[in-house]
Design a protein around this ligand. Structure first.
Ligand code: MG
Length: 312
């Protein structure tokens, strides 16, 4: 079990193009079994104690402690897991993230060798990542090769939308996993045509927590924030905003309909990450996309300079 977020670890969940219901079902069964290993030795609260138990009061106390352990989050985000010591949880978390970071380093070296600029897009579900990408790749493809890796728990809907815009896309269905990991991205990348000198966008699973912890080998993380979400998202989910180089404030075309405080949102984001760049866009109307393309061009020139400096 992944103690960063509680999803399964190491299940072969990267798939090319289409979901496979039977395989997804198998992964679900694996996940349930993982949970059973640690959690279901006691029945749920609404079930009677077993007859062999020595006294209902003792049983209820143990059952209450058990469920309290499952609910509690000790300390920083991710440190939870019924029945495991804090030391064990940290060891597992380090192991999972260590393995992921190793694969991410391989991905990053491959992307640099292919002269590819890679962005990892993160947001809560419904913030508008796919709509934003459809518009961006439709315009960016005129100047350089562009490809997309799409991550969702199920369906290939988003990859189909990108392909309809004339850009190659690979869909990864993560099943019970709530984030992409570096191995999934490495596998998906091999299914894309050569993108040398171009841009690869990775649209992560919609989730403001776990994707922040998993390096995929990208050059930059971009968090997409929709103005319908509330100004305090950066304070509620600081890891995501701390890990990102750019915050795209999307759906600005709806501002006149909402009591949205742009200044407060930017202030909260910079309280978490003073260096974060901020751009205001509308994926629906195209407002602000010129500034986004300029930001992308700057990342490309910065990266080129770093690579050249490294070779000197
Ligand atoms: Mg999407």
């Amino acid at each position: 079990m992944c103690t960063v977020c509680g999803c399964t670890e190491g299940t072969p969940s990267t798939k090319h193009l289409e979901a496979n219901d039977a395989e997804s079902h198998d992964r679900y069964a694996d996940h349930v079994q993982d949970d059973c290993d640690g959690h279901s030795v006691l029945p749920p609260p609404d079930q009677s104690p077993p007859l062999s138990n020595h006294g209902g009061e003792s049983y209820n106390r143990r059952r209450s402690a058990h469920h309290q352990a499952l609910r509690s989050g000790a300390g920083s985000a991710g440190l939870r897991g019924g029945g495991m010591s804090r030391k064990k949880i940290i060891e597992i978390e380090r192991d999972i993230l260590g393995k992921n970071n190793g694969i991410a380093a391989v991905n990053r070296a491959l992307f640099v060798a292919d002269d590819l600029l890679v962005f990892n897009l993160l947001s809560s579900p419904g913030a508008g990542k796919t709509t934003l990408l459809v518009r961006a790749v439709s315009e960016l493809k005129r100047r350089r090769p562009v490809g997309v890796i799409e991550g969702d728990q199920q369906t290939s809907n988003d990859a189909e939308r990108i392909r309809a815009a004339g850009v190659p896309a690979v869909q990864v269905n993560t099943g019970k996993n709530c984030h992409l990991d570096a191995a999934m991205v490495g596998a998906a990348y091999r299914h894309l045509p050569p993108l040398t000198g171009g841009i690869l966008f990775i649209e992560n699973v919609g989730n403001l927590i776990c994707p922040a912890a998993f390096d995929l080998g990208e050059a930059r993380k971009i968090v997409v924030f929709s103005i319908t979400e509330g100004e305090d998202k950066p304070l509620k989910y600081p890891d995501m905003f701390a890990a990102s180089s750019l915050m795209l404030i999307n759906k600005i075309d709806l501002a006149s309909l909402l009591d949205f405080d742009l200044g407060k949102t930017v202030e909260y984001a910079r309280r978490v990450n003073p260096k974060i760049d901020v751009l205001v866009v509308s994926a629906r109307t195209g407002e602000g996309f010129g500034a986004l393309y300029a930001w992308i061009d700057k990342q490309a020139s910065d990266r080129r300079r770093i690579v050249e400096d490294t070779r000197l």
